[in-house]
Structure formats: structure tokens, C-alpha cells
Design a protein around this ligand. Structure first.
Ligand SMILES: *[C@@H]1O[C@H](CO)[C@@H](O)[C@H](O)[C@H]1NC(C)=O
Ligand SMILES: *[C@@H]1O[C@H](CO)[C@@H](O)[C@H](O)[C@H]1NC(C)=O
Ligand SMILES: *[C@@H]1O[C@H](CO)[C@@H](O)[C@H](O)[C@H]1NC(C)=O
Ligand SMILES: *[C@@H]1O[C@H](CO)[C@@H](O)[C@H](O)[C@H]1NC(C)=O
Ligand SMILES: *[C@@H]1O[C@H](CO)[C@@H](O)[C@H](O)[C@H]1NC(C)=O
Ligand SMILES: *[C@@H]1O[C@H](CO)[C@@H](O)[C@H](O)[C@H]1NC(C)=O
Ligand SMILES: *[C@@H]1O[C@H](CO)[C@@H](O)[C@H](O)[C@H]1NC(C)=O
Length: 877
């Protein structure tokens, strides 16, 4: 048993090994086949059917050979051809290539990790370690070529620091750096990329948040009546707000604006009195006003807020969108800096009007997204233009890298949370109803914004960018464009996977600038993308480029080794003219005998060239394919003894059919036309009138009287004809039976012949004799034959063959006797069985009787059938 198992295992191993070798061999042969471009492999090769250089290189892994005199082979090949097929200088197979144009180092790329937004928030971590500071400035000086930095970082900045704050000179030192040099938070900054279609290119982008990055905060406030207490609180908290922010960054600027709504019914009451004083202690309503542009003079913020007057309006939603649009669009007036984190805090306790709501007040002109502020900072187009739409705001926010913080009261929070999902880089937070938590709110939201980086791009259409990053972990990269939990100085790297799915139809779009940017920061990496959609050899001026080239019959441009024909010509060398086509209806069925496209062009035996069939050549020069659609062959006619049309003596093969020489006929010219061979030697009709002469041979027919056979259809063994006529005479002559047996009928009626008696009747084939067989009334068989060549001669069997006589009575009596005997036997058997049975029964009875004990007890239920009765009056004797 054990041995058997081992054997089985061995066999299995052997089978596996042999399968593996065959597989390996198969692969080798496949590779060899691919190298030879075997026809079977061609179907899987996507390159071979690409007829032009640009179509070829727009296909993955394909390269083009522009060698002249290349023959009929496909110029577009997979990978690289062997050098002997196409020399190197003729190959055009560009590779995706990347070149970094601007690659400034990140400000604070390494080090300074201790400096964290969160630590700032707690107010503890500000006094950062000396190590952090030195390494930070060290890296900065290493990366920057600016000479002004060194000087500004030394004494000047440290004095600035000691004057402004008691908490470490670190921030101030870097602020000097920031002011003097340029802060770099994304690297590289510009890349030139040449990209093949459908090839994925990985590009690494690093991001790191710089220390002391400038922050612009514009506070946009709803100043309707319900916000009066908020305004007071904000003015009280103004100093605290700026102080908190200055702890985060020394490079901080603050601005303030307010809004009510469009001064139109139904947004505000337009009763003249109400227009001036909509409510107690209220000022006239207005759309939006920029009270205080962004400035480092943060002390004035509180005053501005205090001085701003509340106003009143009618409906619940406010015109906040107008204000947001203006605050973003008016870059100059608001004073947004180019390189700064831009925060727009939008505080309200009500909903918002958006595009379309203006119709209620009769304003239908759509918002143009432009700045319309007058010298006093008032929005001038409030009652001229509709509110902006959410997507208009989103677009402006993206263009200007602004982070909107919706600071709204609890009851509005859900709405603004949904809104912030549609505006890039925005967030929402709950403001207490008197704005007392505004400082914490801003600090927390800023922390959230600055600790998160999200990569976006403006790639459109056929360019696809996806991002991978492992963020701050050391793990593998996952598909994400967002990392959170970043601290200042942390460096995260994103891998942007860039793919062009297809070449845009418009060649102007083959070169594009694509921007990859962190959301909310006006810094980006620009990719100068060049899609490799065309070949240089396709452009005038390159070698081999010839207009109206002779190689193209003067009807086309010779480029990249092939002809590009003009409108009127086509074909590999522009040898075909469309005017030839027009003669023939101009449809592309010219190479088919009918419109039926299921028929192959030129019947599959030729190629369609300029609308006419060019039939294939055979290796044997004697074999010719011809015809307009190559429908004729002179080698595929019927053969006889492997001779085409029975040989050249009999006929020739023309267009798939034998054409016979005179004297011959038939599909393969194997039949003589003459009918001499069908004539019986003795003369008479062709085939004795019982058949047709085909191909020099009699084909006998089956007639009513029977089937004729024989070389001349002169024999008919089954034909009743003559045999019947002769039967009666033979019968009476030979056996004295039959219809003519009486008297001298026989002698009278049978005069034509006298049967000659023979022992047995045998047919002699050569003598043309007929055999006749009959049964007479006694069921006796008699046979005779006759021959009619010349005189009628009849030979008959001497004795008829009769079946032996049957003794009928004997059979009947025998059957009866048998039935009787069988009956008797059954009766006897029955009698015997019953006798035995009875004997057995009797014996048993006897035995039981012997065993039985005979009692003379009285039967208790027996009553005497008689009763004695005494008659009382009988006296007796
Ligand atoms: C504000 O900025 C101006 C220049 O823009 C500068 O001269 C001034 O010193 C700054 N003030 C403070 C308090 O930083
Ligand atoms: C972003 O910075 C560039 C200079 O680096 C500047 O030209 C551009 O105007 C800035 N964009 C915004 C919206 O400030
Ligand atoms: C603000 O909210 C508190 C409790 O949440 C409430 O007591 C107070 O009346 C509210 N103030 C206003 C002006 O709504
Ligand atoms: C992407 O943004 C850059 C810079 O703003 C611009 O030059 C380029 O045309 C944009 N590309 C697309 C495809 O919009
Ligand atoms: C072939 O096409 C032509 C034009 O399209 C049409 O007139 C003709 O009837 C078609 N012939 C057949 C056999 O379908
Ligand atoms: C076919 O036709 C060609 C030219 O007519 C002739 O030379 C050749 O012998 C023919 N072949 C046969 C097999 O008849
Ligand atoms: C025999 O011949 C006679 C006269 O030739 C004819 O009448 C008769 O019917 C014939 N008999 C038979 C049985 O054919």
C-alpha cells in the first residue's frame, strides 16, 4: 500500500515537471514567434495596425520605424525592433521624461518640529527650544541665496522681538527671514514633463508649513439688529483676538467688514422713515461695507468694530454672499497679501440669499464676480446685481486661495456646514449667541486649517492626476490627497500620478500648464506638460519630409517613411485616385461582386487596390487566379484519375469549369459524345430501346415489365413476358398438366416449339438464355429456359419438383389422441393426489381417535328431547 502511494506521488511529480517544461518551452516559442511577428501573434499586438507615426506613438509601448524602403511590414512595432530590421537612427520611440525647472528648497524643510500650531494654541509651546530655532534658521540660510537674510536675522530682528513680546525671539527672527526672502512651502515649483499617452508618471511633491507664515484675517460681520450684542462683544474681544493670532504668527494682519442686505423690498423696508432708521439706534441699511482693510495696526480693529452701526432689515436671510464676493474680489481694497494664509471669518446668526433671490427685489443682472467698491468702501452694485451663486463663490475662493470660516450660531450651523462642503477650503463652527467664543473659535479653526494639507490641481479633460501619500506615517503610500495633524516644519510628500488618457483632438491642447497646489495657499507646482502626441518627422523641416514627393507619385507628402496622400489620392504610395473610384459608384464595395459585405473582398483570393482586385499569385506559375473579383481559377476543376478535366486531350479548365474538347463531354470531359458503343451488335435501337446511352455506356431503365440489364439493356430476368407465354405449352408437353392438358389442346396450341427435356436447367450467360420458374396447381416447381437467338429453343426440366405429400388424417388423429392422453394423464394425477391426501387425513383421524380419552360425562346444556308428564286425573289401572 505504502509503495503504491509513493509510486502515485512520483507519477504526479513527473506529470507536473513535464507540464512545467512544456509551459516554459511554450513561452520560449511564443517569444520566438513574437520576435518573428508571426501572424498568430499579430492580433494581440496593438501596434501593427497603426498606419501613421502619431497613431503609433499614441499607443502604449509602440515605436515607429521611419526607414525608407521598409517593404510591406508594419512600421509600428512593439517595444524596439532588432537593429537589422530598423537601424537606431530611424526609430522614433520617445520615452516619458521629466525635468525639474525650479526646485527651491522648502523653507524649514527639516527641523523646527517642536513649533506646533497646537502648542501655540495652548500658549505654552511658544517658547520653543533653542535647538528648534537654530536648526530652522540654519536650514533656511542653507537653502537661500539671499544675502540680506543673514543681516536681518541678527541684531535687527532680535531687537524687534524684544520690543514686541516677552516670549522668545524665535518668531521674530523668522519673520525677518520671511520678509526678506521668499517663503517656500511646496517643492518642486516647476517641472517640465513629456508624457506618452496612457503611461503613468509619478511625480513627487513635498509640502511643509513654514514657520511664521503670514496670516491675513478679515472679519466679515452681519450687522443686522440681532447681532448688536455680538458687535459689542467682538469690539471688546478685538484686542484679545489679535493678540492670540500674533502669538501664532508675528506676521499677522486683521481687517473688518460688515453687511446687511440689498436696500430693496422685500429685504429691507423702503418706507422713507425706515430707510433712515429701520429700528431704534439703527443706521440706514446697506449692502456691504469694508470698514477696515487688512492692516498690522490691530489696535484700530476694536475701534472700527465699535463705531460700526447696526442696521435693520425685514427678511431673515441676509446678503452675506454679496459681502463674501466683494471681500474676495477686491484684493487691492481689502489688502490681501500675495503670500499669506488668508482667513475670512464670516459671522452671522441668519441664513443667506443666493443667486436668483435678487429677482424678489427686481434685480436680475447676474453677479459678475468683480469688485465694486467706492472710496468709502461701500458696495455700489448691491441693487444692480443679483447675489452670487455658491459655485461663483467657490470659484473665487479657489482662485484666491482663501479659507472661509463660517462662524454661525447653533441654529444656523447645519445649513452652513452643508454650504462649507461645497466651498473649497472652508469650514464652519458654532458661535455663541453673543460671539463671546470668537477668539477660541478662530484659533481652533486656524489650527485645523494649518494642520491639514490637501492637494488639488486644475487638470482637465484627458489629463488625470491622482495622489498617493503616506502622510506622516512611515507606512506604505495610500491613495489620498489630504494629510492632517501636521505641525510646522513637518514635511509630507505626495506622489502625483499623472496620466494622459488620450490625445486631445485640438493640437493646441497638447501642451498644457497644470497647477498642483495645496488648498488655501497661494503657492503651487506648475507642470509644463507636453503630451507626446505627434512625431517630429511629421513636421516640415525634418529629414525625409518632402512635399509632393516623387515617392508618393507627386500626390502626397512623404514623411516618417510613408506617404500621406492628398484628398484625391490614396494607396501606399498615393497610386490610387479617387476619380477611379467615382467611375465605379464610389462605394467601397468595388471589390465585391455584390453589396453583401459578408463576401470577402476579391473573394478572399486577392487584394483590393484602388477599387480593383489584384489577385494573388500562386507558387505554381501554371495556376492562375483571374476574374474581376478573382472568382476564377484554372486549377480547381473536376479531376478524373487526378487529371484536371481528364487531361489536356479531353478538355481544359477555365474559371472553375471544364471546357471539353470536341468528342468529349461530362463534368470532367471524360465522356465520349459518340453513341456507337451503345448499339447492340445485332443491330436495333440504342440500348435495345430499354435505356439511354450516357457517356458511351447504356444506362438501363426499369420498365413496367421488369428491370433490364446487360451491356445493351437486353436482359430482363424478372420480366414476365416470354416465360408466361411459354408456360402452358411447356406444362402440357412435359408434365401433361395445366390448361392445355385436355385432349389435343396441347398439340393444337403449341406449335412453335417442342420443349427439350434436360435433367437440370442451367443458364449459359454467353448464349443469351432466359430462365423461367413457375409453380403449378399442385405446388410443384418446374423450371425451363429458352433462347431466342434465331429460333425459339426451349429446354425444360424433366421432372417437376413437388413437395412431399402430407398425411392429413394421421395428423388430425394424432392430435386428438394426444389431447385425450394428456387429459387422462391429468385425471390420473389428480386421482392419485386426492387419494394420497385422503389417506393422510384418515391416518391422522385415526391417530387422534386413538389418543382421545373417551368421557361419559353429561352435556350440561343438553336437554332431553322427551318429557314425562303425569296426568293428575289419570287414575291408571
Ligand atoms: C506695520 O507695517 C509697516 C509697513 O508695512 C511697518 O512699517 C510697521 O512697523 C508695522 N507695524 C507693526 C506694529 O509691526
Ligand atoms: C499668488 O502669488 C503670485 C506670485 O507668487 C501672484 O502673482 C498672485 O497674484 C497671487 N495670487 C493671489 C490670489 O494673490
Ligand atoms: C444667549 O444664549 C443664552 C443661553 O444660551 C441665553 O440665556 C441668552 O438669552 C441668549 N442671548 C440672546 C441675546 O439671545
Ligand atoms: C492651471 O492653472 C495654471 C496657473 O493658474 C494655468 O496657467 C493653466 O492654464 C491652468 N490649466 C488648466 C488646464 O486650466
Ligand atoms: C446595392 O446598393 C445599391 C445602392 O446602395 C442599391 O441600389 C442596389 O440595389 C444594391 N444591390 C443589392 C444586390 O443589394
Ligand atoms: C492556367 O492558365 C495559364 C495561362 O492561361 C496557363 O499557362 C496554365 O497552363 C493554366 N493552368 C492549367 C492547370 O490549366
Ligand atoms: C387453343 O387454340 C385454339 C385455336 O387455335 C383456341 O381456340 C383455344 O382457345 C386455345 N386454347 C387455349 C387454352 O389457349
Amino acid at each position: 500500500m505504502m509503495q503504491q502511494q509513493e509510486k502515485l506521488l512520483l507519477v504526479a511529480l513527473c506529470i507536473m515537471a513535464s507540464t512545467l517544461t512544456t509551459l516554459a518551452l511554450g513561452e520560449q516559442t511564443l517569444a520566438a514567434a513574437a520576435a518573428q511577428q508571426s501572424p498568430a501573434k499579430l492580433e494581440q499586438n496593438p501596434c501593427v495596425n497603426k498606419g501613421t507615426c502619431h497613431a503609433c506613438i499614441q499607443t502604449q509601448n509602440c515605436g515607429w520605424c521611419m526607414k525608407p524602403d521598409y517593404g510591406d511590414r508594419s512600421r509600428c512595432f512593439l517595444h524596439t525592433p532588432k537593429a537589422d530590421i530598423c537601424p537606431e537612427e530611424y526609430i522614433w520611440n520617445p520615452d516619458t521624461s521629466e525635468r525639474i525647472l525650479i526646485n527651491k528648497d522648502l523653507t524649514l524643510a527639516s527641523g523646527g518640529a517642536a513649533w506646533a500650531g497646537g502648542q501655540y494654541a495652548s500658549g505654552v509651546g511658544y517658547e520653543s527650544s533653542a535647538h528648534g530655532q537654530s536648526s530652522a534658521s540654519g536650514s533656511y540660510s542653507a537653502s537661500s541665496s539671499s544675502s540680506s537674510y543673514g543681516s536681518s536675522s541678527s541684531s535687527g530682528s532680535s531687537s524687534g522681538y524684544s520690543a514686541s513680546s516677552s516670549s522668545g525671539g524665535y518668531g521674530a527672527a523668522v519673520s525677518g527671514a520671511a520678509a526678506a526672502g521668499e517663503i517656500v512651502q511646496i517643492k518642486p515649483q516647476r517641472v517640465s514633463l513629456k508624457l506618452r499617452i496612457n503611461e503613468v508618471h509619478n511625480l513627487d511633491v513635498s509640502y511643509s508649513q513654514a514657520v511664521d507664515y503670514p496670516v491675513d484675517l478679515y472679519y466679515l460681520m452681519d450687522l443686522s439688529k440681532s447681532m448688536e450684542d455680538d458687535k459689542e462683544k467682538l469690539s471688546a474681544l478685538g484686542d484679545k483676538l489679535s493678540e492670540t493670532m500674533k502669538r501664532i504668527t508675528s506676521n499677522f494682519r486683521l481687517g473688518f467688514g460688515s453687511f446687511v442686505d440689498k436696500v430693496l423690498m422685500p429685504y429691507v423696508s423702503t418706507i422713507p422713515k425706515k430707510l433712515e432708521h429701520p429700528c431704534d439706534n439703527c443706521k440706514a441699511p446697506y449692502g456691504y461695507r469694508n470698514h477696515m482693510p487688512l492692516s498690522n495696526n490691530t489696535e484700530s480693529f476694536s475701534n472700527e468694530v465699535k463705531e460700526a452701526a447696526v442696521s435693520g432689515n425685514l427678511d431673515a436671510p441676509e446678503g452675506g454672499f454679496d459681502a463674501i464676493m466683494q471681500a474676495i474680489a477686491c484684493r487691492q481694497q481689502i489688502g490681501w497679501r500675495e503670500k499669506a494664509r488668508r482667513l475670512l471669518v464670516f459671522s452671522t446668526d441668519a441664513g443667506f440669499h443666493y443667486a436668483g433671490d435678487g429677482k424678489l427685489g427686481g434685480v436680475i443682472t447676474p453677479n459678475d464676480g468683480e469688485c465694486h467698491l467706492n472710496a468709502q468702501g461701500m458696495y455700489t452694485h448691491s441693487i444692480i446685481q443679483d447675489y452670487p451663486s455658491i459655485s461663483q463663490i467657490n470659484q473665487k475662493v479657489k482662485q484666491n486661495a482663501i479659507n472661509i470660516i463660517f462662524a454661525v450660531t447653533q441654529n444656523q450651523y447645519a445649513v452652513y456646514q452643508k454650504l462649507s462642503a461645497h466651498i473649497e477650503g472652508s469650514s464652519s463652527a458654532i458661535l455663541s449667541n453673543d460671539s463671546s467664543n470668537v477668539v477660541d473659535l478662530v484659533r481652533e479653526e486656524y489650527g485645523k486649517i494649518s494642520s491639514t494639507v490637501e492637494m488639488k490641481d486644475n487638470a482637465t479633460g484627458d489629463v488625470k492626476v491622482t495622489y498617493l501619500s503616506s502622510c506622516l506615517t512611515n507606512g506604505p503610500q495610500i491613495k489620498t490627497n489630504k494629510c492632517s495633524g501636521l505641525k510646522v516644519g513637518d514635511k509630507v510628500t505626495f506622489t502625483a500620478q499623472i496620466t494622459v488618457t488620450k490625445c486631445p483632438t485640438d493640437p493646441r491642447h497638447w501642451n498644457q500648464a497644470i497647477q498642483i497646489y495645496p488648498v488655501g495657499i497661494n503657492e503651487s507646482m506648475i507642470i509644463d506638460l507636453e503630451m507626446l502626441c505627434s512625431c517630429p518627422c511629421e513636421h516640415a523641416g525634418s529629414t525625409g519630409y518632402e512635399l509632393h514627393s516623387q515617392k508618393c507619385h507627386n500626390h502626397g507628402t512623404y514623411m516618417c517613411g510613408i506617404c500621406e496622400c492628398d484628398e484625391q489620392h490614396f494607396g501606399n504610395t498615393c497610386e490610387c485616385s479617387t476619380s477611379d473610384m467615382h467611375l465605379n459608384n464610389g462605394n467601397d464595395n468595388m471589390c465585391r461582386p455584390s453589396n453583401d459585405t459578408s463576401v470577402a473582398e476579391c473573394n478572399g483570393r486577392g487584394s483590393c487596390v484602388c477599387g480593383a482586385c489584384e489577385c494573388h499569385k500562386r507558387t505554381n506559375p501554371d495556376e492562375i487566379i483571374s476574374g474581376k473579383y478573382c472568382e476564377c481559377e484554372n486549377f480547381s476543376c473536376e479531376r478524373r484519375k487526378n487529371l484536371l478535366c481528364s487531361g489536356p486531350d479531353h478538355g481544359t479548365c477555365e474559371c472553375n469549369r471544364c471546357v471539353c474538347k470536341p468528342g468529349w463531354t461530362g463534368n470532367s470531359c471524360d465522356c465520349q459524345t459518340s453513341k456507337d458503343t451503345c448499339m447492340p451488335p445485332g443491330g436495333g435501337e440504342i440500348c435495345s430501346g430499354h435505356g439511354t446511352c450516357e457517356c458511351g455506356v447504356c444506362k438501363c431503365k426499369t420498365m413496367d415489365e421488369g428491370r433490364y440489364s446487360g451491356k445493351y439493356c437486353d436482359k430482363c430476368p424478372t420480366c414476365s413476358g416470354r416465360c408466361h407465354d411459354l408456360k402452358d405449352c411447356v406444362q402440357c408437353q412435359m408434365y401433361q398438366t395445366g390448361q392445355l392438358k385436355n385432349g389435343d389442346d396441347c398439340a393444337k396450341n403449341c406449335t412453335t416449339f417442342t420443349a427439350i427435356s434436360v435433367d437440370t436447367v442451367k443458364i449459359d450467360e454467353h448464349k443469351d438464355e432466359q430462365l423461367c420458374v413457375f409453380f403449378d396447381e399442385d405446388d410443384c416447381k418446374f423450371t425451363f429456359k429458352y433462347s431466342e437467338v434465331g429460333e425459339l429453343v426451349v429446354y425444360a426440366q424433366q421432372e417437376k419438383e413437388c413437395p412431399p405429400k402430407v398425411f392429413m388424417l394421421g395428423i388430425v388423429l394424432g392430435v386428438i389422441a394426444a389431447i385425450v392422453l394428456v387429459g387422462l394423464a391429468i385425471l390420473l394425477l389428480w386421482k392419485l393426489l386426492t387419494t394420497i391426501h385422503d389417506r393422510r387425513e384418515f391416518a391422522r383421524f385415526e391417530k387422534e381417535r386413538m389418543n382421545a380419552k373417551w368421557d361419559t360425562g353429561e352435556n350440561p346444556i343438553y336437554k332431553q328431547a322427551t318429557s314425562t308428564f303425569k296426568n293428575p286425573i289419570y287414575a291408571g289401572k
